[in-house]
Design a protein around this ligand. Structure first.
Ligand SMILES: [Zn+2]
Length: 377
C-alpha cells in the first residue's frame, strides 16, 4: 500500500508539538510523524503553510448541517450531507443526533446509522439519541408530548447499532436503575441531560451508571447554595465528563472557565449542538412543525427559546482559546477528550496505528482541510 503524507509548520499529536513535520499514513492508519527533512523523496505530500495539523475533531452532538436536519431526513444519505457540511468546519467524526422522536423514528434512525457505517460514509462515529427520555420541566426545544419513561423491555425492542458508538441523553431521575443497567450492559454510553433533578433524586447507584452530562448548564437544574442541582452534580462527579457548547451564547465564557477549573483534566469537551443551518444556504428550518430561525447568530423558536447552535467546531475551538484556554487544551477538548468519552482507542491522537484522521487549521483556527481515514477533504 502506498504511503501518503501531509505537512505543516506545526503538528500537535495530542500530547506534544512537532515543527516542520509531516504526518504519514498508509491506507487508513497512521504510520508516524517525521520531520520534513526526513520525509522520503518519493512520498507525494500536500503542505499547509502557516497551519497546524491536529487530531481530527469529533463532535458528539450534531442535529444537522447543510440544510438537513437528521430528525427530518432520517437516512444514510442525509447523514452524508450533514458530515460534508461539518467537514467545512474541521469535524472529522460526529454523532448524528436525533432530537426526541417516536419509537418508530428512533428505530429508523438506528437502522440508517447502521447502514451509513456499513457503507463507509466518512465521518459517522455512531448515533446520539437525545431523548425522548427527558424531563418535561427542562424540555428546551424538544416536543415533550413524545417523552416517556422506558422499561428495560421497551429498550430491548430497539435495533441497537451493530457497529459504532451509541450515546443516549436521558434525565436520569426518570430512568429506573434497571433501565440504566440495561443500557450500560448493552454498550450504550449514558449521559444525563434535560434533567431537573434535585440532589436527593440522584443516589450514587444512579450517578455511578452515568458516564457524562449533556451540554453543561443548558436544560439542567442550576447550582444554588441550598441545592446543587444537576449543574453541581455534573461539576463534582469526577468520573463523569461534561460536554459544553462554546458559542458564547449558550454558556457565558466565565461559566465555561469555572467548569474548566473544577472538572478533572479530560472531562470537559466541546460539542456544537449544530442544526441544519450550519454550512447551508438558508437561515431557518422546521423542527416538529415549528420554524427555527437564525436571529443575531442565535437559533430561536417562535417563543424565543434557544434551539441548538449555529456554530462549527473550528469556531468553537477559536472561542475557548480567545477565552484563555491554551491551544493544546482547546484542541484536546475538540478531539482527544471526546474520543476518550466514547471509549475510542484509535481516535483523538496522531499516533502510529491510530486512524489517519486529522484537522488542519490556519493561524486563525479556521479549518483548511480534514483527513478522514486516509482521505483528504
Ligand atoms: Zn439538548
Amino acid at each position: 500500500m502506498a504511503l501518503n503524507a501531509i505537512s505543516a509548520n506545526r503538528i500537535f499529536d495530542g500530547t506534544r508539538y512537532h515543527h516542520d513535520a509531516a504526518l504519514v499514513w498508509e491506507g487508513q492508519k497512521i504510520k508516524g510523524i517525521v520531520s520534513l527533512s526526513e520525509l522520503p523523496q518519493n512520498i507525494e505530500h500536500q503542505h499547509f503553510d502557516d497551519s497546524i495539523i491536529a487530531p481530527g475533531f469529533i463532535d458528539l452532538q450534531v442535529n444537522g448541517g447543510g440544510d438537513i436536519m437528521f430528525n427530518n431526513d432520517i437516512s444514510s444519505d442525509g447523514v452524508n450531507v450533514i458530515c460534508q457540511a461539518h467537514r467545512k468546519h474541521g469535524t472529522a467524526y460526529l454523532l448524528p443526533t436525533l432530537i426526541s422522536s417516536t419509537p418508530e423514528d428512533i428505530t429508523k434512525a438506528l437502522m440508517a446509522i447502521d447502514k451509513a457505517i456499513s457503507n463507509n460514509i466518512p465521518g459517522v462515529l455512531g448515533i446520539h439519541l437525545e431523548g425522548p427520555w427527558l424531563n418535561h420541566d427542562k424540555k428546551g426545544a424538544h416536543n415533550s408530548e413524545l417523552f416517556y419513561t422506558p422499561t428495560p423491555e421497551q429498550l430491548s425492542e430497539f435495533p441497537w447499532l451493530s457497529k459504532g458508538k451509541t450515546l443516549v441523553t436521558a434525565a436520569i431521575e426518570n430512568l429506573s436503575i434497571e433501565s440504566l443497567e440495561w443500557l450500560k450492559e448493552n454498550g450504550v454510553i449514558v449521559s444525563c441531560g434535560h434533567s431537573n433533578a434535585k440532589l436527593e433524586q440522584l443516589p450514587q447507584e444512579k450517578t455511578k451508571l452515568t458516564d457524562g452530562f449533556t451540554h453543561l448548564y443548558n436544560a439542567m437544574s442550576p447550582f444554588e447554595g441550598r441545592e446543587p442541582g444537576i449543574v453541581g452534580t455534573a461539576l463534582l462527579t469526577d468520573h463523569a465528563w461534561c460536554s459544553i457548547i462554546t458559542d458564547g451564547i449558550h454558556v457565558h465564557p466565565q461559566s465555561f472557565l469555572l467548569a474548566n477549573r473544577i472538572k478533572p483534566q479530560g472531562k470537559l469537551f466541546i460539542v456544537t449542538d449544530a442544526m441544519a443551518t450550519l454550512g447551508s444556504t438558508t437561515n431557518q428550518f422546521v423542527l416538529d412543525g415549528e420554524i427555527i430561525r437564525v436571529v443575531d447568530n442565535k437559533l430561536v423558536n417562535s417563543r424565543g427559546n434557544l434551539a441548538g447552535a449555529h456554530i462549527g467546531m473550528d469556531e468553537s475551538v477559536a472561542n475557548v482559546i480567545k477565552w484563555g484556554i491554551d491551544e493544546q487544551q482547546a484542541l484536546k477538548m475538540a478531539s482527544t477528550y471526546p474520543a476518550q468519552a466514547m471509549n475510542c482507542n484509535d481516535l483523538g491522537l496522531l499516533q502510529p496505528g491510530y486512524r489517519a484522521t486529522a484537522t488542519i487549521l490556519n493561524s486563525k483556527y479556521r479549518s483548511q482541510a480534514v483527513l478522514v481515514d486516509g482521505n483528504i477533504f
